[in-house]
Design a protein around this ligand. Structure first.
Ligand code: PGA
Length: 268
């Protein structure tokens, strides 16, 4: 069995909380403070797991200020980014602006963006390029719908989406991939750990082809879709699954903190 603190390949697990359209900047400050206390009380070793939150854009400056002032061992990022660096793009936020706010990561191509905002593979690719150019680590989301699963099996659509997202990205670039079956998001019906592992292994092969073997060995591949404290350990035991992208459960401090402490669930 893979070590529960780092993966067998030595990748540091990443547990990422995607808040979606929840918590304003005042609520965000209170939430991040409580989350940090909860993890400190539990004596979490932040060298063994990276914890990141993804608040709405308007919260980012407040979260940055709090994390920096209190030296909290938490990372943060945005939920989306513009493909453009500047110009006449009303409502858009540039990768450079996020970098200037000390964001480490940005989520790109979440299924809600793909479905509700018509983001194509080409848009996801352009945003990934913009993120990498600004030294943000993109968390590239891919996943099949229930119809795709029926028609093509679990791997084909995520593999095609990731191949498109990584086109033109320099070999050796630092990216994170999140496998999120669309049917598992917010449904309470998570994929099985075996399915997550099968797709994660196929996605790692895509990273190897696009970015090289060393980058593939270093890239964290997350599972997302109805992750809870009760099912996280099963995913984290898989050799190619290096963390989780958590939606609903990331808004509950006790539950999210329990997911972050997934090592404690071994053997449960
Ligand atoms: P969920 O969402 O954990 O609520 O299923 C995951 C996501 O959308 O990233």
């Amino acid at each position: 069995m893979a070590s529960m603190t780092t993966t067998s390949a030595g990748r540091i697990p990443l547990i990422a909380g995607n808040w979606k359209l929840n918590l304003d900047h005042l609520q965000a400050i209170a939430f991040v403070q409580k989350l940090a206390w909860s993890l400190k009380d539990a004596r979490l070793d932040f060298n063994e797991v990276e914890v990141a939150v993804f608040p709405p854009f308007t919260d980012l400056r407040s979260v940055q200020t709090l994390i920096s002032a209190d030296k909290l061992p938490l990372k943060f990022g945005a939920q989306d980014v513009s493909a453009h660096a500047s110009g006449a793009y009303t409502g858009e936020i540039a990768a450079g602006f996020l970098k200037a706010l000390d964001c480490d990561f940005v989520i790109i191509g979440h299924s809600e963006r793909r479905t509700l905002h018509d983001e194509t593979d080409a848009v996801v690719n352009a945003k990934t390029i913009a993120a990498v150019q600004s030294s943000l680590v993109p968390i590239i989301c891919v996943g099949e719908t229930a119809a795709d699963l029926e028609e093509h099996g679990p791997s084909a659509v995520p593999v095609a989406q990731l191949t498109a997202a990584l086109a033109g990205i320099a070999s050796g670039s630092n990216v994170v991939v999140a496998y999120e079956p669309v049917w598992a998001i917010g449904s309470g019906q998570a994929a099985t750990p075996e399915q997550a592992e099968q797709v994660a292994a196929a996605l790692r092969a895509v990273v190897a082809t696009a970015l090289g073997d060393d980058a593939a060995a270093a890239t964290r591949i997350l599972y997302g879709g109805s992750v809870k404290s009760a099912n996280i350990a099963g995913f984290m035991r898989q050799p190619n699954v290096d963390g989780a992208l958590v939606g609903g459960a990331s808004l509950d401090i006790e539950e999210f903190s329990s997911i972050v402490r997934f090592q404690k669930h071994v053997g449960v």
